[in-house]
Every structure is written in C-alpha cells, then in structure tokens.
Design a protein around this ligand. Structure first.
Ligand SMILES: Cc1ncc(CN)c(N)n1
Length: 239
C-alpha cells in the first residue's frame, strides 16, 4: 500500500507502531472477557447492568474531557478547524449517548441516580481530569481521546461480526459503538493524532521539541488501555 493510501487507512502511522509494540494490553482492552461473553451470549445480566451504570458515570466525565480537547484544538494553529469539527461531532454523539443511557437504564431497571462510582471508575475519571489541564499538550490529549473511543469501537464491533451469539437485547448496545459511522469517527480522530504525533517526532529529531510530547503520548496511551481493562474488570467484580 503506497504512502497516501496508507495514511488514509490510518496504517503505518505512529499509533499503529505503538499498537504493535503494546499489542498485549491493546488486546486486553479490546478483547476483554466481558466483551467475549457478550459476543458468545454467555454474559450475565448483573455484570451487564453494573457496566451500564458505571459507564453512564464515566460518560458524564468524558464530556468534560472532550470539551477540554476541543479547547486545545481551537488554540492549536495548524489545520485545527478540521479537528474542531471532528471533536464537535464526537460531542454531539455524546449528547445522544446520554439520552440513550437513560433509556437503556430504565429498560434494564438500573437506577442511574443511585449508582455509585466504583473504584476503577473513580481512578479512571481522576486520570481524565489530570489530562484536562491546559499544561497537557493537544497532541497528548487527542491521542488519549482517540484511544478511549477506539477501545469501545473495536470491542463492540467485535460483537457484531457474523457468526457471533450476541443476544438480541444487547445488539443495540453493540451497535451504539460498533457501527460504521462511529468507526469512521474514530478513524478521523486517529488521522488527527497521527498527524500531530508525526509533527512531534519531526520536532524531536530537529531538536525543536521542548518536553518529549511523543513519549508522554505513548505513556498516556498505555495508561488508557490499562484503565479500560480495569473498567471492564469492574463489571465482573462482585462488589
Ligand atoms: C469506559 C469507557 N471508555 C470509552 C467509552 C467510549 N466513549 C465509554 N463510553 N466508556
């Protein structure tokens, strides 16, 4: 695949290099037993209901994080108009998502107003808050943003593949993040992140870089994957 096509496909960029390098944790986050149980129809519904309540709490926090990335895109000079529109599209999706959580929670008899954030959720939300600070570089923030969205896209798309046994009543959940439109949105985020990571890499080589943005982006990406694994684990917890 030649350069341009490769870039279009989001292949061959910095992110794909990192996903190969850290493939174990990436698989841990995107092929978690909770997801595999949905896919083969063996998930127990108390785990699913626990995940639903906790994810609603997370998404409320994620809205604020998305807004902080939008501001960083707005402040950024190069080509960030396109970036701002992609991020704004994601925020519009979050608006629909919150309405969907409320409908889905009432369908399953989950009382969202009484749901208490569990430890793994609290830790993940504190991690998000730490990245909302203006000191955190836009390149790091957009890479984290992409990773958070991509884990759900990869996980739930896996449950929609042919010859899976995803229960009919969980199809809608899987479609929410597994659909092609969300996949295209994640691809747009990946292209933005790769563009900025390439630039950070050039700056580093040219000795123009202040702090090592590339290293920080890689570290935070791995942290996202670890938090995602803990988040899935939480739904299986008995607590
Ligand atoms: C924990 C978690 N990670 C990611 C997503 C997708 N925005 C989510 N809803 N929840």
């Amino acid at each position: 695949m030649e350069g341009k096509a490769k870039e279009e496909a989001g292949k061959g960029g910095v992110i794909d290099t990192w996903l190969r390098k850290h493939r174990l944790i990436y698989i841990g986050a995107t092929r978690h037993p909770f997801i595999l149980a949905i896919r083969d129809g063996t998930v127990n519904y108390s785990s699913f209901k626990k995940w639903l309540g906790q994810d609603y709490i997370f998404v409320r926090e994620f809205v604020a994080f998305a807004a902080s990335v939008l501001i960083k895109a707005w402040k950024e000079s190069d080509d960030s108009e396109g970036d701002t529109e992609v991020i704004l599209g994601g925020m519009a999706g979050l608006h629909d998502e919150i309405a969907w959580f409320k409908k889905e929670a009432s369908k399953w008899g989950v009382e969202l107003s009484e749901t208490i954030p569990q430890k793994a959720n609290q830790v993940y939300c504190r991690f998000l808050e730490s990245l909302m600070s203006p000191e955190v570089d836009y390149t790091v923030a957009i890479t984290v943003f992409w990773a958070i969205e991509a884990v759900y896209q990869e996980s739930f798309a896996h449950c929609l593949e042919p010859d899976t046994n995803t229960p009919p009543e969980l199809q809608e959940v899987c479609q929410r993040w597994g659909n092609d439109g969300f996949g295209q949105y994640c691809h747009s985020l990946k292209k933005i992140a790769n563009r900025l990571l390439e630039k950070a890499s050039d700056d580093l080589i040219m000795g123009k870089a202040g702090d090592d943005v590339l290293k920080k982006a890689e570290v935070e990406l791995i942290r996202v994957l670890e938090h995602e694994v803990e988040f899935w684990n939480m739904s299986r917890g008995t607590a």
